[in-house]
Design a protein around this ligand. Structure first.
Ligand SMILES: [Zn+2]
Length: 124
C-alpha cells in the first residue's frame, strides 16, 4: 500500500487538512479536515485527491438553500399583498399619505388583493 502524500495544510474546496488520523476500517487513509463553516470532519485521502469541491456536508446544504430561495413561491404577489409566513396567511395593506393601513389577513393572495383594490377605490 502506498503512503498517502502529505496533505496537511492543503485546501480542498471548503476543507483544509488539519492532520492525518487513523485509517478507516478498510485501511484507507483518513484526514481530519476543518471546513470553512467551522466544523471538523474526517475525509478519506482518495476523496481529497479527486479534486472536487468538497465540504463537511454544508456545501450541499448551502446549494439546496439557494435553490429553495430561487423557487420561493410568494415572489410575484399582487400589489398591496404580503405573505406573512408566521401566520401562513396573506396580509393586505394599503399606503395612504405615507401611512400603511393593514386591511386584514386572507387565505389567498386573490382575496387579499380584492380587499386592497376595494380600499384603493374607496380612497379615490
Ligand atoms: Zn462545513
Amino acid at each position: 500500500m502506498t503512503v498517502a502524500s502529505e496533505l496537511t495544510g492543503q485546501r480542498f474546496g471548503k476543507l483544509v487538512v488539519v492532520k492525518r488520523v487513523a485509517n478507516d476500517k478498510w485501511g484507507l487513509t483518513q484526514w481530519s479536515c476543518k471546513c470553512d463553516c467551522g466544523k471538523t470532519c474526517g475525509v478519506a485521502g482518495h476523496v481529497l485527491n479527486q479534486g472536487r469541491t468538497i465540504s463537511c456536508g454544508c456545501f450541499r446544504e448551502e446549494e439546496s438553500r439557494k435553490h429553495n430561495h430561487r423557487k420561493a413561491p410568494y415572489r410575484d404577489l399582487p400589489r398591496g399583498v404580503y405573505y406573512i409566513s408566521q401566520r401562513g396567511a396573506y396580509r393586505a395593506s394599503i399606503t395612504i399619505d405615507n401611512k400603511t393601513k393593514h386591511l386584514g389577513y386572507y387565505d389567498t393572495p386573490e382575496e387579499a388583493h380584492k380587499e386592497y383594490l376595494r380600499k384603493v377605490n374607496e380612497v379615490d
